[in-house]
Design a protein around this ligand. Structure first.
Ligand code: ACO
Length: 456
């Protein structure tokens, strides 16, 4: 099959949020720390009525209803998540419930876990299936989602929640570019979840940011090597730079980190340019010549200088992709794909047509890849690209229709989640009218831990 990639995409986020200015006051930190320092304005969160199964049920059902494809036309479905409520039974098996009436049980794929990377691993697996001898001609579906919650303290404001489902098939309006994946994997303890009785991670925030930067440097170097090799074979002999990405999206723990990351990619371009180009293209940055990337993770002068130099590029290539992250927070495995949805929601099909979108996926622990999507050239009314773009156009309105909860209410819900985590034989309390219409929710956990869901 040609041009395997994303045909359609659906985003789900909770119907309630806490404002980051309220959290700053509640946490007694200086005004601006979360809103300016981290670049976050609002954070979505789930009550005890929602868990990872209900989030994924909702997003898959919405995608199926929107695309109207038959339930038996899906042959592969994989779920990437790090929100673990069962050490054995995958979320995928719960999603099979949706396919039951159609009689379609012939669906490969289970769950994939490594921090925020599971969504990307699932997307790669779906594309690999489709390009392999195992493909039976049907669609693949990739589901990613998480409830990102932290213990009270400095990391809590970088939480969030949500899920994304993607329909994968040939001749896609956003095709995965073949052979262009730069990957970096390594054993580190920057963010992990060893306490199985707790929903919270153990996190070394400063180390985590360093690891993210290191993975970014390495993945970009591998990606560039691979694309330059492809170019060389086609007789083109030139270095790849950020100019060759019309858009660039990133896994987004918090928005400020993404702005720094784009600056860092420019720093990488600068380091690998020859000295003439360094002088002509990167004005007033000569002082940073000869630095080694691994020595600069906490170099604030370099960071500030390249942030300034890359500001226009950030506004053009990346800023629009941060809309959902700014207003909803980190969705872990689905963060990068929420960025993709935001990018599509803020650009016309004409803007996007023919463009190359760079995508950096990072999962702590760590697993990371930089890859690229190519938008189809056809942006005419009724084209797949135009349909994809218009399908996410309601994102800002949907976000604006959520209910604002106080920081006190948010803290209370976090306490409730702690009490109910691992609990048996209970029905979560709460008003189902506070959920968006069509949302699946947890109705009951019985005495054998079996979970029963209903739809609003
Ligand atoms: N006004 C404006 N900016 C401010 C203010 C203020 N009043 N106060 C602080 N800031 C700035 C700081 O200068 C800093 O910016 P800088 O890094 O550009 O200098 C920023 O706000 C954050 O302040 P810190 O003191 O560094 O924040 P803290 O120590 O509380 O931790 C952190 C922030 C590490 C991100 C924490 O929230 C965390 O651990 N989060 C979870 C881990 C994470 O997201 N890791 C990233 C990748 S892995 C993943 O996706 C889970």
């Amino acid at each position: 099959p040609k041009d395997v990639g994303i045909l359609a995409l659906e985003v789900y986020f909770p119907a309630q949020y806490v404002d980051q200015t309220d959290l700053e006051k509640y946490d007694k930190v200086k005004a601006g720390k979360y809103t300016v320092g981290l670049g976050q304005t609002q954070m979505g969160f789930c009550s005890v009525q929602e868990d990872i199964n209900s989030l994924c049920l909702t997003v898959v059902q919405r995608l199926m209803e929107r695309t109207q494809i038959p339930w038996d036309s899906v042959g592969h479905l994989e779920v990437g998540t790090e929100t673990i409520i069962d050490k054995s039974k995958s979320v995928k098996t719960v999603l099979m419930e949706l396919f039951q009436d159609s009689g379609n049980t012939d669906i490969e794929g289970i769950g994939t876990t490594n921090a925020c990377y599971g969504g990307t691993a699932s997307l790669f697996n779906a594309a690999n299936w489709m390009e392999s001898s195992s493909w039976d001609g049907r669609y693949a579906m990739v589901v990613c989602g998480d409830i990102a919650v932290y213990a009270s303290g400095s990391a809590r404001s970088t939480g969030g929640a949500g899920a994304v489902a993607m329909l994968v098939g040939p001749e896609a309006p956003l095709a995965l570019e073949r052979g262009l994946r730069g990957t970096h994997m390594e054993n580190v303890y920057d963010f992990y979840k060893p306490e199985l009785a707790s929903e919270y991670p153990v996190v070394d925030g400063k180390l985590s940011i360093q690891c993210y930067f290191r993975a970014l440097d390495r993945c970009y170097a591998f990606y560039r090597q691979k694309i330059q090799n492809q170019w060389k074979q086609a007789g083109i002999n030139q270095p790849f730079t950020l100019e060759d990405f019309q858009f660039m999206i990133f896994h987004t723990p918090f928005c400020k980190l993404v702005q720094k990351s784009l600056a860092r990619l420019m720093f990488n371009d600068f380091l690998s340019a020859n000295s003439d180009t360094q002088t002509s293209h990167y004005k007033e940055l000569e002082a940073f010549r000869g630095l080694k990337p691994e020595d600069t993770y906490s170099n604030k002068d370099m960071e500030a200088a390249f942030e300034k130099a890359s500001l226009d590029m950030f506004n053009k290539k990346t800023k629009a992709s941060l809309y959902l992250s700014t207003h909803n927070g980190n969705m872990y495995t689905s963060s990068l794909y929420g960025c993709l949805a935001s990018l599509l929601a803020h650009h016309s099909a004409q803007d996007l047509a023919g463009s190359r979108i760079g995508a950096f996926s990072y999962g702590s622990g760590m697993a990371a890849s930089l890859f690229s999507l190519r938008a189809s050239k056809d942006a005419s009314p009724g084209s797949l690209l135009e349909k994809l773009v218009s399908s996410v156009a309601d994102l800002p309105n949907r976000l604006a229709s959520r209910k604002r909860m106080s920081a006190e209410e948010f803290a209370e819900v976090m306490d409730q989640r702690e009490q109910f985590y691992c609990k048996v034989n209970f029905s979560p309390s709460g008003d189902t009218n506070s959920l968006f219409p069509g949302t699946w929710y947890l109705e009951r956990v019985d005495e054998m831990y079996r979970r029963k869901y209903a739809r609003r």
